[in-house]
Design a protein around this ligand. Structure first.
Ligand code: AMP
Length: 214
């Protein structure tokens, strides 16, 4: 048995800003950012056996089977040092229970956002192929439409950001992930944060809420 690690979890529907806030929070607070969505997209891009298993689920907005995601998480958590920040994991109760076996969850940041804002954010989201930076064509636009301001990489729209797949992802969130709010509330770990507003405003709310935790 290794040393027990501490972790924070970012919870919220697709489009609530988990990825954007996690990247910033990890940088400012020196946390290890673990995004299952990013890891799965990378595995799919590389065409690994795990990526091949995950592709059809990610493309259709369904959850990738637990055993696939759990394999990724176990491996990553065991290789990482410091406090971990989970983004997009856990997504259902079985994953939450697994997480409780491998780390001590210190706090769960629950980003609240209306469905109207989700749809608007996700259909306008563009991501850099090279460095993963995320833009929004309306609220956080790049200076040129198709290039990343940070590295010049090409911007693309995630294949699961079409309106049809977004609706499927929201349905999956409601059925599988929402019960986690209750799960963490009962454990006294839930921290509700208003996820609407600018990136900076939401970040300040999160930072104030977690400053005493680690
Ligand atoms: P995300 O980048 O977090 O929005 O995740 C994109 C897609 O990856 C999801 O719609 C799922 O298909 C898959 N995915 C990400 N995290 C998980 C997870 N913890 N469990 C199952 N599937 C996941």
């Amino acid at each position: 048995m290794g040393i027990v690690k501490s972790a924070l979890v970012l919870l919220g529907p697709p489009g609530s800003g988990k990825g954007t806030q996690a990247m910033q929070l990890a940088r400012v607070m020196g946390l290890v950012h673990i995004s299952t969505g990013d890891m799965l997209r990378e595995a799919i891009k590389q065409g690994t056996p795990l990526g091949l298993k995950a592709k059809s689920f990610v493309d259709s907005g369904k959850l990738v089977p637990d055993e696939v995601v759990i394999e990724l998480i176990r491996d990553k958590a065991s290789k990482s040092n410091g406090t971990l920040l989970f983004d997009g994991f856990p997504r259902n109760l079985a994953q939450a229970k697994l997480l409780d076996e491998i780390v001590v969850v210190k706090g769960v940041i629950n980003l609240n956002i209306s469905e109207k804002v989700i749809l608007s954010r996700l259909t306008k989201r563009r991501t850099c192929k090279q460095c993963g930076a995320v833009y929004n064509l309306e609220t956080n636009p790049p200076s040129t439409t198709c290039r990343c301001d940070k590295c010049g990489g090409e911007l693309f729209q995630r294949s699961d950001d079409s309106e049809e797949v977004i609706r499927e992802r929201l349905e999956t969130y409601r059925n599988a992930t929402m019960p986690l709010i209750d799960y963490y509330q009962k454990k006294g770990l839930l921290i509700d944060i208003d996820g609407e507003g600018s990136i900076e405003e939401v970040f300040e709310r999160i930072r104030n809420a977690v400053s005493g935790i680690q």
